[in-house]
Design a protein around this ligand. Structure first.
Ligand code: MG
Length: 173
């Protein structure tokens, strides 16, 4: 059970994701969280670094879909400014939105990666489907109330994982 919370990979930010490494695993489709993964929670501004990253990703023949538990307004406005597909009110960790995203990208489970900053939504959701998961450090400490609740549980899970020696990457914060 606890193992469902262990990400396949852990990086400080999306900008440290190694595209070549993913390609070697035949991964070509990215399901990505929005808040605190791409930008700070509720930030509307798209940093130039993010635009460049998305461009590089597309040049490397990766597809990407934003899958967020946040509202239609928040997610659609942000994703439209980047011109990438999106799913809002996704109810991660439930599987439905992940399946929908894979249909959009025409990808199979083993060609897909889930990238996000939360164990209880992104990592758990991806792992339950057997999808490769990448955990990133949250962009900022600013988060909504639901996420703050999840963080409390997350801290407990991190504690258990560390105690059992599953955490190889050290302290997260
Ligand atoms: Mg998030």
């Amino acid at each position: 059970m606890l193992k469902l919370f262990i990400p396949s990979m852990y990086v400080p930010s999306i900008y440290q994701i190694n595209f070549e490494q993913l390609k070697q695993k035949s991964i070509n489709s990215i399901i990505i969280d929005l808040d605190n993964t791409l930008v700070e929670s509720s930030q509307m501004h798209v940093p130039p670094q993010l635009r460049n990253w998305l461009k590089a990703l597309q040049e490397n023949q990766f597809k990407i879909t934003i899958v967020s538990n946040n509202s239609k307004d928040r997610v659609s406005q942000f994703a439209r400014s980047l011109d990438i597909p999106y799913i809002y009110a996704a109810r991660k960790p439930l599987a439905i939105a992940f399946h929908k995203a894979m249909r959009i990208m025409e990808s199979e489970l083993n060609q897909t990666v889930v990238v996000g900053d939360q164990l209880l939504t992104d990592v758990l959701g991806g792992n339950r489907l057997g999808i490769y998961t990448i955990l990133v450090v949250p962009v900022s400490e600013h988060e909504g109330w639901m996420t703050r609740v999840n963080r409390k549980l997350e801290r407990m899970i991190f504690w258990w994982l560390r105690r059992r020696g599953y955490l190889k990457w050290g302290e997260r914060r």
